[in-house]
Design a protein around this ligand. Structure first.
Ligand SMILES: Cc1cc2nc3c(=O)[nH]c(=O)nc-3n(C[C@H](O)[C@H](O)[C@H](O)COP(=O)(O)OP(=O)(O)OC[C@H]3O[C@@H](n4cnc5c(N)ncnc54)[C@H](O)[C@@H]3O)c2cc1C
Length: 383
């Protein structure tokens, strides 16, 4: 799209890592003016609840129904993370805990061994660096792993970041920027003759995580959900996730270690243990029984954590889509853009999403990969 002003004003609706990273790209790198709206405390949604893994490798084994280019998008974003983390830390004057130590995937049973060898096969065919490890080798790399381990993978593509520090650093930089205004509360979007607008703004970016489709628009005095201006937004669903953290006592892992659906992430003197995936759960309160079951699974993987005191437990909501990949780009309504539905990879995908959406908003040429993540895509394709 083309703007009358050379410094367009963009409204970003939602200040999670996706909205904040988009605002960062637009305001700090491309000179646009941004108004960031959030109905709650900025940065405290799914982006706060996440573990901080930057893990493309597990998207390699594309399952039926998953967007066939999701793995490519994850790899593209993983490649942007080192520079993104460095630039952000330097501007904020705060570390964001970006750690390049490769993650480990461990198999404690034959089924998981088979899954890991499938992932290793896909990584090999794609020419992606990884190492197949026997039981002794994986225990040597990470002595905290259970001696019952059968083997595993070292994944140099899969790194980690302190997601809460990243969100805080983004807020620090954006709050200090003359290009950015924060508004607490919903934006007053209105629709006339099928077009959505917000007074004083050239374009709007809907980035409200799992609540994106229910952003409100006023038309002839009535409030309607945003999905009326792009029906695909109705496909954004929610998947609750519960997790805990324990103190990083002696015997705690130094690397990200995962096995099956459980993972352990060293983060700021604690170890995060995650996570459940619960379709339609939107309550941001953890259940004691679920947290204890997760803790036990974490201890099965790293037995040294058996007596580590629980530091915190919490629940968040992942925004999903039918093909587990985000919507990024202009909607079918001109001037209304979306960046939402990042499911389990929103932290990983923040830098690439920010670049794609800034290009789309400012009318820069879009790459082929970016074009496959708009709301116009069809679902159900397999790799
Ligand atoms: C338990 C768990 C573990 C995870 N672990 C990882 C991980 O290790 N690695 C990874 O890459 N991803 C992980 N994820 C996924 C990741 O957290 C999400 O994909 C990502 O945070 C989504 O970011 P977001 O900005 O879209 O949403 P959010 O962070 O939820 O932000 C949306 C914001 O929009 C605001 N909002 C809502 N309605 C409105 C409105 N009408 N107007 C304005 N603002 C509004 C909300 O208040 C909120 O601040 C995990 C998620 C969970 C739940």
């Amino acid at each position: 799209m083309t703007f009358v002003s050379s410094r367009p004003r963009i409204a970003v609706l939602g200040a999670g890592i996706i909205g904040l990273s988009a605002a960062y790209e637009l305001a700090m790198r491309r000179g646009a003016r941004v108004t960031l709206h959030d109905v709650r405390a900025p940065g405290r949604g799914a982006s706060w609840a996440a573990a901080g893994m930057l893990a493309p490798a597990f998207e390699a084994a594309a399952e039926p129904g998953v967007h066939p280019q999701l793995f490519d998008l994850c790899l593209a974003s993983a490649a942007l993370w080192p520079a993104f983390a460095q630039d952000l830390s330097a501007r904020a004057g705060e570390p964001v805990g970006f750690d390049r130590t490769p993650s480990l995937a461990a198999a404690l049973d034959a089924r998981e061994m088979a899954r890991l060898s499938q992932i290793a096969g896909t990584l090999s065919s794609a020419g992606i660096d990884h190492l197949v490890l026997g039981a002794d080798a994986i225990c040597e790399l990470e002595p905290a792993i259970s001696r019952a381990v059968l083997g595993g993978l070292e994944l140099p593509t899969d790194l980690r970041v302190h997601n809460r520090r990243t969100v805080s650093a983004l807020l620090t930089v954006l709050r200090a920027s003359a290009n950015v205004d924060f508004v607490s509360g919903p934006a007053l979007l209105k629709s006339e003759a099928g077009r959505v607008s917000l007074d004083g703004h050239d374009a709007m970016l809907a980035a409200a995580g799992w609540e994106t489709s229910i952003i409100k628009v006023k038309e002839r005095g009535e409030l309607y959900s945003l999905t009326n201006w792009d029906a695909a937004l109705d496909d954004i669903d929610c998947h609750g996730g519960q997790m805990l953290s324990v103190a990083a006592t002696a015997g705690a892992p130094q690397r990200v270690v995962r096995s099956g659906h459980v993972y352990l992430v060293p983060r700021g003197g604690q170890v995060v243990i995650g996570a459940t995936v619960e379709p339609d759960r939107v309550i941001e309160v953890p259940e004691a029984g679920v947290i204890e079951a997760l803790r036990r699974e974490g201890v099965r993987l790293c037995p040294g954590l058996a007596n580590a005191p629980v530091a915190e437990s919490w629940a968040g909501v992942r925004p999903g889509t039918p093909d587990q990949a985000p919507f990024i780009g202009e909607t079918v309504t001109p001037g209304l853009f979306v960046a939402a539905g990042h499911y389990r990879n929103g932290i990983l995908l923040a830098p690439v999403t920010a670049q794609i959406i800034a290009d789309a908003l400012l009318g820069a040429p879009q790459g082929e990969l970016a074009a496959t993540f708009t709301t116009r895509r069809a679902y159900g394709a397999t790799a």
